[in-house]
Design a protein around this ligand. Structure first.
Ligand code: NAP
Length: 174
């Protein structure tokens, strides 16, 4: 698959290398790949009634947005395999074949890819990223720390055990 990554910083280069290793062709769009500006990692830019992903979707209506690769650090993206299982990565966005493609890309990087529902679920995933940042960087877990799932419901697995579908809550489906 041909994959374009906007930004050739820490995340872009890490995901690009992992996807190239799986046979994908990766292109970068970046002003200056050598730039390493510090970021503000202590707060969310938006509140509870929208999310960064939804804001982008509202500004680029002809594009289809999916939220992924946000809820663990780049150190986990580099090595998503842990003794307890593969690190979890949630995907929020519209259902259909494109979502399956995104779930596949996430699994190709090495994560257990979980469908978290529509793009609105980005409102949950963005604070989850803040929790990871707080635990990893401020509360002593270290950045080599990830969420891993444990389930009794084996029937809820897809044919590919790296990709799981968690059906949205009935309220969300309305
Ligand atoms: N680092 C992590 O562990 C981590 C984990 C999960 C999610 N994230 C998220 O992933 C995103 C990237 O994080 P990062 O750590 O990779 O940041 P980074 O190292 O600062 O890289 C960001 C890259 O994007 C480029 N860029 C910004 N605006 C652009 C534009 N309009 N067109 C083309 N390139 C553009 C920047 O280039 P210029 O400086 O030249 O603009 C820079 O190379 C952030 O939203 C971050 O919150 C990061």
């Amino acid at each position: 698959m041909k994959i374009a990554i906007i930004g050739a910083g820490s995340v872009g280069k890490t995901l690009g290398a992992a996807l190239r290793a799986k046979g994908h062709t990766v292109f970068y769009g970046s002003h200056d790949p050598g730039n390493t500006n510090e970021r503000n990692l202590t707060r969310l830019a938006l509140g509870f009634d929208t999310s960064g992903a939804e804001l982008l979707q509202s500004q680029a209506r002809r594009a289809k947005f999916y939220k992924a690769f946000n809820s663990s650090g780049v150190s986990v993206m580099t090595k998503p395999h842990f003794a307890d299982g593969n690190a979890v990565m949630f995907v929020a966005g519209p259902g259909g074949p494109d979502k399956k493609t995104v779930l596949r890309i996430v699994a190709d990087v090495g994560f257990e890819a979980i469908d978290a529902g529509e793009l609105k679920a980005a409102r949950l995933l963005e604070p989850l990223a803040m929790l990871w940042i707080k635990l990893a960087l401020l509360k002593g877990q270290g950045s080599d720390f990830a969420l891993v799932t444990a389930r009794r419901d084996v029937a809820n697995r897809n044919a590919d055990p790296r990709v799981r579908v968690v059906h949205p809550h009935p309220q969300e489906a309305k």
